[in-house]
Design a protein around this ligand. Structure first.
Ligand code: TRP
Length: 459
């Protein structure tokens, strides 16, 4: 057996996992979901999902990864040889590829907006026109395609070279920088005139808006944002050393991820309301990040063009990097699977993944332009990919993981891993086991069945 590398420090392990978790899910998907599902009430349910489902299932994934020290698909085979549990690992690999196919589209957009910001294109543009700039860009058949391929190639280069050294060092620099910039932008955004409407939207829950769709959306978003349910965290945990406190690491990652998401809400909503968009028109979809943010930069720093350029460029660039670290983690899971299961060289495996995801990505990207009218279940191709992976595949995988850890795995393995072989007291184990056995599978199952219309307890 070859010796596997470990993360060098506790902080490195936390930040690398946070690097996978913090991505477009926080700054792009979270504000959209919040906008579409009624603001504060959605956020309350989201936080509940993080606490009840996110933390325990993340601990479950960590446990599987560190105990087996192998990639996701292998991990299940090792823990449950000769059983069908291997399909949970395989479902993860499939879901990861599926997500990457549309993730790279938005990744490409962040690159394009970095160049727009750097070349001072936003200077003097009236707020209403940001919408047109965006619409023109995404409906163009060529530009987004080129950017998504560039984005995939960058991911490809990192993954095909191997990432263990890169990821940790990279995350340690990028994550704190992203955090500081986010804080600065929150301050700028809440100081805009009219911001109070946006803040109210984020803080005043209206529970009459809560429907089955809202709950499913919140649950799916929690899984998506935490990178749960497809083996990313399991793979990262296989590089944790024996002193890593699994419980504490999971809590830290969840807290960092949630804070970044909520701060992104505080950047985006005050500025959306500042442009004069009201809550009923927040169906804007993917555009919030790309329409409302340029407005914040212009309003806050427009008088000093140098600062406007500096901040907007830095921000889109950091979002791009956050997207890249998440894309790398998605890519890596599938690449590792192909290398080990099909015995291909890493370079070829990575190339296959890049090729498939770029090709399908182009189709997703075109669904904002020439393929706009092609609908699957009433959704554009892009939305279909997002909906199916976020709202169906990830929760189903999450449910299976909780059943696997709660019911199938030997209790000794749980105690050994969560307490680091007796080093830690880990008094929370019975609570986690209870959640993984009963609460998580039942809660996820009910929400899914409700959404599929099998029965209904929420309209
Ligand atoms: N969590 C990342 C984000 O917020 C995206 C991501 C990376 C992901 N790996 C994942 C989502 C695994 C689901 C599953 O952008």
């Amino acid at each position: 057996m070859t010796t596997r590398e470990n993360f060098g420090s506790k902080l490195g392990a936390i930040l690398a996992a946070a690097g996978s978790a913090v991505g477009l899910g926080n700054v792009w998907r979270f504000p959209i979901e919040t906008g579409q599902h009624g603001g504060a009430a959605f956020i309350c349910i989201y936080i509940l999902c993080i606490i009840i489902l996110g933390i325990p299932i993340m601990m479950g994934e960590f446990l599987i990864g560190r105990h087996t020290h192998s990639n996701t698909a292998r991990a299940y085979q090792r823990l449950a040889p000769g059983t069908q549990w291997k399909w949970v690992g395989r479902l993860g690999v499939f879901t990861g590829t599926f997500i990457l196919c549309y993730y790279c589209v938005i990744g490409g957009w962040t690159l394009h907006y970095t160049t727009l910001a750097a070349t001072n294109t936003f200077d003097g543009v009236p707020p209403a026109e940001f919408q047109d700039i965006f619409a023109l860009f995404v409906s163009n058949p060529w530009m987004p395609t080129v950017w998504l391929i560039i984005f995939m190639l960058m991911t490809h280069v990192v993954v095909s070279r191997g990432i263990q050294h890169g990821i940790e060092r990279f995350s340690k620099i990028i994550m704190p920088m992203l955090f500081i910039l986010v804080v600065v932008l929150v301050i700028c955004s809440v100081c805009l005139p009219g911001a109070s409407n946006g803040i109210r939207f984020l803080l005043m829950p209206d529970f009459s808006k809560v429907t089955g769709k809202v709950v499913l959306g919140a649950m799916g978003q929690a899984f998506f944002s935490l990178s749960l349910g497809m083996g990313c965290l399991c793979t990262y945990a296989s590089y944790f050393n024996h002193h890593t406190n699994l419980g504490r690491t999971a809590v830290n990652v969840c807290v960092i991820d949630t804070i970044v998401a909520i701060m992104a809400g505080f950047i985006i909503f005050p500025s959306v309301f500042n442009i004069g968009v009201d809550a009923d028109h927040l169906q804007a979809g993917p555009s919030l990040l790309f329409i409302s943010l340029p407005n914040v930069f212009q309003k806050s720093f427009g008088a000093v063009p140098f600062l406007a350029i500096l901040f907007s460029t830095a921000f889109y660039f950091l979002i791009f990097i956050a997207a890249l670290t998440s894309a790398i983690s998605l890519h890596e899971v599938t690449t590792a699977f192909i290398v080990e299961e099909m015995k291909l060289k890493r370079r070829w495996a990575a190339l296959i993944v890049t090729g498939i995801c770029s090709a399908v990505g182009v189709v997703c990207s075109l669904s904002f332009g020439p393929l706009k009218d092609m609908l699957i279940f009433d959704m554009s191709i892009f939305d279909f990919f997002d909906y199916i992976s976020g709202n169906i595949f990830l929760p189903v995988a999450g449910m299976l993981i909780s059943i696997f850890v709660g019911w199938y795995l030997d209790r000794h393995i749980l105690i050994e891993e969560f307490s680091n072989n007796g080093e830690l007291r880990a008094r929370y184990i019975p609570v986690i086991v209870f959640i993984l056995r009963y609460i998580a599978p039942v809660a996820i199952g009910l929400v899914l069945l409700n959404q599929l219309g099998v029965f209904s307890f929420l309209v």
